[in-house]
Design a protein around this ligand. Structure first.
Ligand code: F6P
Length: 324
C-alpha cells in the first residue's frame, strides 16, 4: 500500500476532523501518500480529491463538521456509480481507503470493496453510537454534552414557569443519546426506540411526579421512539389527559451534530485512525477499528454490521429510581 484515500460519509459528527488529521499524519509518519475525497462516496464517483500532507490538516483537530464534507450518495448505491469510483481510485493510484462514517458508510464500502477488490478499513463516526464492535463512536460524547447543556437551559425556564417539556433528541433507530442524556440531565421519563413502555406508563409516571410535588418536568424523546406519536402529538396527548400540565416541545435537531469535539472524541478519533492506517499498511482489509474497554481493537466489518450495539437497559431502571 503506497497511497491511501480517506473520506467522511453519512451524517457528520464532531471529531471527524481529528480522525482525518490522524489518518493524514499517520500516512506522513510512515512515508505513505494520502488523498482526501470530498463528500464521501460522491466525491469518489466524481473524482473530487485533494492531496493531503501533514501540514494540510493543521488547526483542524478542534473543528466540528468535516473539512472533507459529507454526503449520503444515492449514486453509490448503483453498480455503475461504484464502478466509476473504482476507476477514479485506480487512475489516482489509490491502493486502499479509510472510510469514516456509520453503518450506511460501511455497508456501501463493503459492497464496493468486494466488487472491486479495493481494501478498506472503517472508522466509526456517528453521533448515534449505534455500531457494533466499539463501545463508543466518534462524535457521540460531544453530542451528549451538547444535549445535556441544552436541557440544562430548558430546565431553567421549565422550572420558572412550572412547565412540562418534551425534548426530542436524535437517534432514528437508537436510544443511546436519549437514554444517557436523560439520566445526565435528570429527566422524568426517557422514550427510546429499543423499549416501548407505552403511553399509559408515561401518563402514570407524570401523574405520580405531580402528586410527589414536582412542579416541572422534562421528558427526553428519541426521534425514533415507538409510541406511534411524534413529539408534538405526545405533548398534545399528555395535555388532553393531564390538563394540569402546561406542556411545551423543543426539538434539538442538528445542533447535536455540530460544535467543537470534546477531548474524549478527539482522543478516540486519533487512536482509532492511527490504527486504521497501520492495519492497511500491515496488509489488513475489511475491518472496522473500535474501542473496547479502553483498548483499540478491530473486528470484521461484516461482524460490525451484523448486530446493533445494544443499549444498557439497566439505565432505564436507574432513571426510574432517580426520578422518584
Ligand atoms: O445518523 C446520524 C443522524 O444525525 C441521526 O441521528 C438522524 O436521524 C439523522 O442522522 C439525520 O439525518 P440528516 O442530517 O440527513 O437529516
Amino acid at each position: 500500500v503506497r497511497r491511501i484515500g480517506v473520506m467522511t460519509s453519512g451524517g457528520d459528527s464532531p471529531g471527524m476532523n481529528a480522525a482525518i488529521r490522524a489518518v493524514v499524519r499517520t500516512c506522513a509518519y510512515y512515508h505513505t501518500d494520502c488523498v482526501g475525497y470530498y463528500r464521501g462516496f460522491q466525491g469518489m464517483i466524481n473524482g473530487e480529491s485533494v492531496s493531503l500532507n501533514a501540514r494540510s490538516v493543521r488547526n483542524t483537530i478542534n473543528l466540528g463538521g468535516t473539512i472533507l464534507q459529507s454526503a449520503r450518495s444515492k449514486e453509490f448505491m448503483t453498480e455503475e456509480g461504484r464502478a466509476k469510483a473504482a476507476a477514479n481510485l485506480r487512475e489516482a493510484d489509490v491502493d486502499a481507503m479509510v472510510l469514516i462514517g456509520g453503518d450506511g458508510t460501511f455497508r456501501g464500502g463493503q459492497v464496493f470493496s468486494k466488487e472491486h477488490n479495493i481494501p478498506i478499513i472503517g472508522v466509526p463516526g456517528t453521533i448515534d453510537n449505534d455500531i457494533n464492535g466499539t463501545n463508543f463512536t466518534i462524535g457521540y460524547d460531544t453530542a451528549l454534552n451538547t444535549v445535556v447543556e441544552a436541557i440544562d437551559k430548558i430546565r431553567d425556564t421549565a422550572s420558572s414557569h412550572n412547565r412540562l417539556f418534551f425534548v426530542e433528541v436524535m437517534g432514528r433507530d437508537a436510544g443511546f443519546i436519549a437514554l444517557n442524556t436523560g439520566i445526565g440531565a435528570g429527566a422524568e421519563e426517557i422514550l427510546i426506540p429499543e423499549e416501548n413502555l407505552g403511553l399509559d406508563r408515561l401518563l402514570d409516571s407524570l401523574e405520580r411526579s405531580r402528586r410527589a410535588g414536582k412542579t416541572s418536568s422534562i421528558v427526553v424523546v428519541s426521534e425514533g421512539d415507538k409510541t406511534g406519536k411524534n413529539v408534538f402529538q405526545l405533548a398534545e396527548y399528555v395535555k388532553e389527559n393531564l390538563p394540569f400540565y402546561d406542556a411545551r416541545v423543543t426539538v434539538l435537531g442538528h445542533i447535536q451534530r455540530g460544535g467543537r469535539p470534546s477531548c474524549f472524541d478527539r482522543v478516540l478519533a486519533s487512536r482509532l485512525s492511527v490504527r486504521a492506517v497501520e492495519l492497511l499498511l500491515d496488509g489488513k482489509r475489511g475491518l472496522m477499528v473500535g474501542m473496547i474497554n479502553n483498548d483499540i481493537e478491530s473486528c470484521n466489518l461484516d461482524e460490525a454490521l451484523k448486530g446493533k450495539h445494544t443499549i444498557n437497559k439497566d439505565l432505564l431502571r436507574i432513571s426510574e429510581i432517580l426520578s422518584t
